[in-house]
Design a protein around this ligand. Structure first.
Ligand SMILES: O=P(O)(O)OC[C@H]1O[C@H](OP(=O)(O)O)[C@H](O)[C@@H]1O
Ligand SMILES: Nc1ccnc(=O)[nH]1
Length: 504
């Protein structure tokens, strides 16, 4: 069908051709189908979005980056031909029905994901299918290899290259901002790529972005690491394992992160940066991705097995994740808490302990400290301030301000406090409610939004004591955060006698 082009100066991922309902009906296509658009000098395939509000029945709206690509300008006539699904869409259907993919099929699937040939619907279906059906260890291995294959890699010549990664799922887990400078301060290379938030309120890339840019090419990450020994960047901005970030974009709105995709997601990034010694943090506990410790050990064994198959030494730390790490949740608040810890200021012990233990594991794996002495070495380093200096070097190398202090970090101007409804003891802090409140406040896209937990498990409270300070960049979001907190109260405050049997 021939249609007149209307160029739309928009930025949309995915659907780049906009049709009226009438045109879609006569072409026999619906929202999310694929269509080939051919102009005088070029042609390409894209997805369709429908709206009769923007385009007429003799027109096709083309998003400008797409029209540029095929050399079409406003008013040009273009030919539209509906195209079928790629083979890889059928592999998604296979996963829905619980079938296993061959190596070739997995590579084709991941290649199409990296090249954005699958629609958002198909990606969501894949994530949902794998959440229910899981994948075999062979499939996990092939997915990891394919993610690396269809992306850029770093090629270091000196080893070891160490790395750490958390599977996420526990709010406030800003430990990467401590571990990377601690480890690099001891002279090890650690080119750390992180994702943005997946199920949480702030991923490491979101937090680091408060202090410095995080979008770099693979070559730039290599150069920064050679220069200062470390980097903390967003994996999704590089062309490192690009399929991973495409999948994460489908996971985020569903708050789903199935473990088999998670293993591939984490390890592909580690392999692509050339890491040969890796520590994986597996937080377990109520409201995390892995609620049960046994399940955590099984995941650790799976990580180690895939690591062995791919020539990478992996050790896992099963860590306590039943309540948030530290007190701050949200990009700017977490950046401030991490910086405070590096500055040697008063910060929650659990944050320091977790960061030093995992850094210590890396020291022992790399052979820079003997067994059982790694954690102590990390503590000593932290005390003598070298990691703070190293962190400033990293910030500067990434284009941020190295002179920034924790006090300079701005927090959302709208503030409200959630107070204790009764006297008693805090018996638990609910991870999921904390994340939902922080997201309602605007985190992670509003960097200054988030919350500070004043009381944690075991703390005694009087009626009216502050429990959580909430911060937002916009007033209406503060109200949303408060509404969320009242709907699902994030802390349990109880008396020491929880129940009396028989009741009075
Ligand atoms: O949003 P949820 O799913 O909680 O966690 C995702 C976070 O966990 C990992 O942290 P790191 O890079 O090891 O610090 C990821 O890179 C990401 O930043
Ligand atoms: N699925 C994932 C969980 C945590 N980190 C990642 O990079 N990916």
């Amino acid at each position: 069908m021939e249609l007149k082009s209307r160029i739309l100066d928009l930025k949309i991922d995915g659907e780049k051709a906009i049709l009226s309902d009438e045109v879609a009906r006569s072409l026999g296509v619906c929202h999310g189908n694929r269509v080939r658009v051919s102009g005088k000098t070029g042609s390409a395939t894209t997805f369709i979005a429908l709206t009769s509000e923007i385009v007429g029945d003799d027109e096709v709206g083309l998003v400008s980056d797409f029209s540029d690509k095929i050399g079409v300008v406003e008013g040009d006539l273009v030919e539209l031909t509906p195209t079928g699904r790629p083979n890889s869409a059928n592999y998604v259907r296979k996963k829905i029905y619980g079938e296993f993919l061959s190596r070739e099929e997995m590579f084709e699937l991941i290649k199409d994901i990296a090249n954005r040939n699958l629609s958002n619907y198909e990606l969501s279906a894949l994530v949902t299918a794998v959440s229910i059906r899981d994948m075999s260890m062979d499939e996990v291995q092939w997915m990891t290899e394919a993610m690396v294959e269809y992306g850029d890699s770093l090629e270091f010549t000196e080893y070891p290259i160490v790395d750490k990664h958390s599977i996420g799922g526990v709010p406030g887990n800003k430990i990467t901002l401590l571990i990377v400078p601690i480890v690099a301060a001891a002279g090890l290379y650690i080119p750390k790529t992180s994702s943005r938030a997946i199920t949480g309120a702030a991923g490491t890339a979101d937090i680091m972005e408060v202090l410095a840019p995080v979008k770099f090419t693979a070559e730039e990450i290599y150069q920064i690491t050679k220069q200062v020994g470390a980097a903390i960047v967003w994996g999704g901005a590089t062309h490192i394992a690009p399929a991973d970030d495409e999948i994460i974009r489908a996971e985020y709105p569903l708050a789903l992160d199935p473990v088999s995709i998670l293993i591939a997601s984490v390890l592909a990034k580690k392999i692509a940066v050339g890491a040969d010694k890796v520590v994986i943090d597996i937080p377990v506990g109520d409201g995390t991705k892995i609620e049960d410790r046994k399940e955590g050990s099984k995941l650790a064994r799976d990580f180690i097995e895939i690591g062995e198959r791919l020539d990478m030494e992996i050790e896992c730390a099963i860590t306590y994740g039943g309540s948030p790490i530290g007190r701050a949740v949200g990009p700017a608040l977490e950046a401030r808490e991490a910086l405070k810890a590096l500055e040697g200021k008063e910060t929650p012990k659990s944050l320091i302990e977790k960061s030093c233990s995992l850094s210590g594991m890396l020291f022992e794996m790399a052979g820079t400290s003997s067994k059982d002495e790694g954690t102590e070495k990390a503590r000593e380093l932290l005390k003598n301030g070298k990691p703070l200096e190293k962190f400033k070097e990293i910030i500067e190398a990434q284009g941020g301000n190295p002179d920034i202090t924790s006090e300079d970090i701005e927090i959302g101007q709208h503030k409200e406090t959630l107070t204790a409804p009764s006297e008693g003891y805090v018996t638990s802090v609910n991870n999921k409610s904390i994340v939902n409140i922080a997201r309602a406040l605007g985190s992670p896209s509003d960097k200054k939004a988030g919350l500070e937990i004043c009381k944690k498990g075991g703390d005694e409270v009087c009626k009216g004591d502050p429990l959580i300070h909430m911060y937002a960049e916009e007033k209406w979001k503060l109200k949303e955060g408060m509404k969320e907190a009242k709907k699902h109260f994030p802390l349990r405050v109880e008396g020491i006698v929880l129940e009396r049997i028989p009741e009075l």
